[in-house]
Design a protein. Structure first.
Length: 251
């Protein structure tokens, strides 16, 4: 259980927006400002539904001359094992269509997991990419209904580098929303929580009333083995972005 002082410290690093649109505006502005200040750095972006409108806003900010999104490098956060670019809902499809292509990010400035390749080899290749660029310095994450970040699921390996993970029942159950159908996905590959924790800046966002229970568990200091996002709570560069529906009791 998180004590009163720790909870107050977390609340001081929490931004509550009145609605989802305002939340995405705030996260896009924070991300854009960070990129402007840190050219040449490595950024890791989540591919879930929650941050997708943020990427649309980043592209708009680039078109308005406020940021050069190709001034940094990108590491994909995760991928479903067995899915590729042609599969609707794969992380590669979502990020390619929703961000990399509209933003004009050159192929040599991004590295993503190939869900159709050997997952262990993909983890090694991603780790090499990250090391060669000095490590991840900024990451934008969402929190899953089960508290996961990327595919750092409850009970996932606690280790350095990228990991192959057996997907939690909750993750498999909600996967159909991405694919438009139920697919037999059983594993994922992901940058590990330990690697993400080395970033200087971590933005964690959540939206909607369905996320309020897991946000409250996070803010209450739930065990890491049950809520993997709780690993982030002691990170000095963490900022928690919520809309009013997800914020629950946060003032």
């Amino acid at each position: 259980m998180m004590d009163r002082s720790a909870r107050a410290a977390l609340d001081a690093r929490t931004v509550v927006a009145p609605d989802y649109d305002a939340l995405c505006d705030k996260v896009a502005a924070a991300t854009s400002d960070w990129i402007v200040r840190h050219p040449g750095s490595l950024v890791c972006l989540a591919a879930g539904d929650t941050p997708l409108p943020v990427y649309h806003r980043l592209v708009a900010r680039q078109q308005a001359g406020k940021v050069d999104l190709s001034s940094v490098f990108y590491a994909g956060l995760d991928e479903w094992v067995g899915l590729g670019r042609a599969d609707r809902g794969s992380c590669l499809q979502v990020m390619s269509d929703g961000f990399y292509v509209p933003a004009g990010i050159p192929l040599d400035r991004r590295r993503v997991f190939d869900g159709l390749a050997d997952p262990v080899a993909e983890c090694r290749a991603m780790d090499q990419w990250i090391r060669a660029r000095g490590g991840i310095r900024f990451t934008l994450l969402g929190i899953g209904l089960n508290g996961h970040i990327g595919f750092n699921e409850p009970g996932a390996p606690d280790q350095d580098g990228s990991i192959v993970v057996d997907l939690d029942d909750t993750t498999r159950a909600v996967s159909a929303k991405y694919f438009g159908a139920t697919l037999p996905v059983r594993q994922g590959v992901s940058v590990s929580a330990r690697s993400l924790l080395r970033a200087e800046t971590v933005l964690l966002m959540a939206s909607g009333a369905k996320k309020a229970p897991i946000v409250e568990r996070l803010r209450s200091g739930a065990p890491v083995r049950e809520v993997p996002a709780a690993r982030l709570l002691d990170h000095p560069g963490l900022r928690l972005f919520l809309d009013r529906d997800a914020a629950g009791s946060v003032s």
